[in-house]
Design a protein around this ligand. Structure first.
Ligand SMILES: Cc1cc2nc3c(=O)[nH]c(=O)nc-3n(C[C@H](O)[C@H](O)[C@H](O)COP(=O)(O)O)c2cc1C
Length: 181
């Protein structure tokens, strides 16, 4: 069993989360980490456990992540891998993750994004184990960091958030032990 962490990040918050997922996974399994760009071309289905994540930008993934997912779906469609009922491919799992500021309505700003990623992975036949939403401070909007719906998110994701992510990765890997032990 191998894992892939694929993500996009502007100001580094999602990168911190992605890196911690990668480091934790790499302790036990062959693992790769990729930050998407406009040329990224990865076959997600070649990996057994995919962690896919993005910064939330206007309730959605970054444009680069959106374009990557759209390219992936287009290729899969051409190869006739998008089938009626989206048959589950045995042994293919995913987790979707976000960092977000939630200044106006809280986690409801992040859920549409991870649900969109989830939908793509499920179309490909993955079982999506979970969606993780981690507060991430705005790099240049102190008023949103201090007075938003989540309260004060300055400095997030912090050590506690990253420790929580590490634990979640361990939990996800433990749930799949039948596939890799
Ligand atoms: C242009 C822009 C738009 C954003 N839009 C939202 C949003 O709609 N909802 C939200 O919860 N956070 C929003 N954020 C906050 C980011 O999602 C948050 O700070 C995130 O952790 C940034 O991740 P990054 O450092 O990996 O780029 C926005 C940030 C920027 C810069």
């Amino acid at each position: 069993m191998n894992t892939l962490v694929v993500y996009d990040s502007f100001s580094g918050n999602t990168e911190k989360v992605a890196q911690r997922i990668y480091e934790t996974s790499a302790e036990s399994l062959p693992s790769q980490i990729v930050k998407v760009n406009n040329d990224t071309d990865i076959d997600l289905s070649a990996h057994d456990l995919v962690f896919i994540g993005s910064a939330v930008i206007n309730w959605l993934p970054t444009k680069t992540m959106t374009a990557f997912v759209q390219r992936t779906m287009k290729t899969a469609n051409k190869q006739k891998r998008i089938k009626p009922a989206a048959p589950i491919i045995p042994g293919k799992f995913a987790v979707c993750f976000a960092t977000f500021g939630g200044p106006h309505i809280g986690v409801g700003e992040a859920k549409p994004m991870t649900l969109w990623l989830r939908s793509a992975l499920e179309h490909l036949g993955f079982i999506v184990l979970d969606e993780w939403h981690v507060p991430g401070q705005f790099s240049n909007r102190p008023e949103l960091n201090q007075h938003g719906r989540l309260g004060n998110i300055e400095g997030r994701p912090d050590g506690h958030d990253l420790h929580d992510i590490e634990n979640r990765v361990r939990g996800a890997l433990a749930s799949l032990s039948a596939w890799w032990e």
